[in-house]
Ligand binder design. Structure first.
Ligand code: PHE
Length: 352
């Protein structure tokens, strides 16, 4: 047998015995979890006592290694067990101390300032538009988003084979119901069983089977305007919309009407505002035309009055409908409509 090891080096059993005798006291002395873990590392860690003892093992004659290995494993298991017990005791002590101490009031408000909510850009624009029409004498109405085909289409004069009534264009539920495709259903609901005069706006959510892209969403918001009285003319409609455009986009904002078709108005028109970005000079947003379309409108078709039990000889009126997303995009220079529904706080916080 080689005698290369210095004779004063401790034998393995002696080293293990020394560890075995001291570790329980060392664990007991550790008064916190951190100190306990430190103590464990001093035993089992890379530079720990047991690890150092293991290194001696390599120098043992092969015949002795098995017994030595068993000793080491036994000691290691004892250390782990003692560690777990001591940790349990430390945790129980800490809990007991906490429970005996002053109680926490979980209902106290945090000292950190709580972030305050704020309106969504669609809500800002909607409230502003509603306020404008309120100040012009219009009331505010509401209507259901799940609507009868009759109120969304039929009574508004849509023929049964109109493309909008197609399964591909609207979200149909059951029993002749669909998700309303526009806020014009509120016109019908307002008139049924009631007699004019009427003057109201109705903001709300509408649904169409569009694939979403930078300018389309299958769910979006409109605001309907509706006025019925004696001898209402197209000039009244134009006057109200011109006033609205100036109040929304600032003095001097001009509008332009182009003939258009909607089944429930006659005549019908689309309304453009002078481009708010280039002031009419022509830019990419208005595609060089100097104008941007913001709504559809017209004088109420006599057949709609008839469908609702109102005499078209006696009453006249106008209606208009605008897309709120569109107006918000223009107002804030937002390039992609999807930003309005993604709810990314980095985007929304800009409207605080
Ligand atoms: N409801 C029409 C649309 O969604 C807009 C509109 C409303 C047109 C009122 C004329 C009158 O496109």
């Amino acid at each position: 047998m080689s005698d290369a090891r210095p004779s004063e080096a401790p034998s393995l059993p002696a080293a293990l015995e020394a560890i075995g005798e001291t570790f329980p006291a060392r664990f007991r002395a550790a008064s916190s979890e951190a100190l306990l873990r430190e103590e464990k590392a001093k035993l089992l860690g890379k530079k720990g006592d047991l690890t150092a003892a293991l290194k001696i093992m390599g120098s043992l004659p092969p015949a002795d290694r098995k017994a030595a290995g068993e000793l080491v494993n036994g000691l290691k298991a004892a250390i782990e067990k003692a560690f777990d017990e001591r940790l349990g005791a430390i945790e129980a002590e800490a809990l007991a101390k906490e429970l005996a101490g002053p109680a926490y009031d979980l209902t106290l408000p945090s000292r950190a300032p709580a972030p305050r909510g704020h309106k969504h850009p669609i809500g800002i624009v909607r409230d502003e538009i509603v306020d404008i029409f309120r100040s012009l004498g219009f009331a505010v109405h509401d209507g259901p988003e799940v609507e009868l085909e009759e109120y969304n289409f039929t009574k508004l004069g849509f023929p049964p084979d109109h493309p909008a009534t197609d399964m591909q264009d609207s979200f149909w539920t059951t029993g002749g119901h669909l998700l309303r495709t526009h806020t014009s259903n509120v016109q019908i609901r307002a008139m049924l069983g009631k007699q004019p005069p009427f003057a109201f706006v109705a903001p709300g959510t509408v649904y169409r089977r569009d694939d979403e892209d930078a300018t389309h969403l299958p769910q979006f918001n409109q605001l309907e305007g509706f006025l019925v009285d004696k001898r209402v003319s197209f000039a009244h409609l134009r006057g109200v919309l011109a006033e609205f455009a100036e109040r929304l986009y600032g003095p001097g904002t001009t509008i332009r009407l182009r003939p258009s078709y909607f089944p429930f108005v006659e005549p019908g028109a689309e309304v453009d505002v002078r481009c708010v970005f280039c002031k009419g000079k022509g830019c990419p947003t208005c595609k060089g035309t100097g104008f941007i379309e913001i709504l559809g409108c017209g004088l109420i078709h006599p057949v709609v009055f008839e469908h609702c039990g109102i005499d078209p000889q006696e009453w006249t009126g106008f209606a208009f409908g605008m897309g709120l997303e569109r107006i918000a995009l223009l107002r804030y220079g937002i390039e992609d409509i999807r930003l309005l529904v993604e709810n990314d706080p980095r985007f929304l916080s800009q409207f605080r």
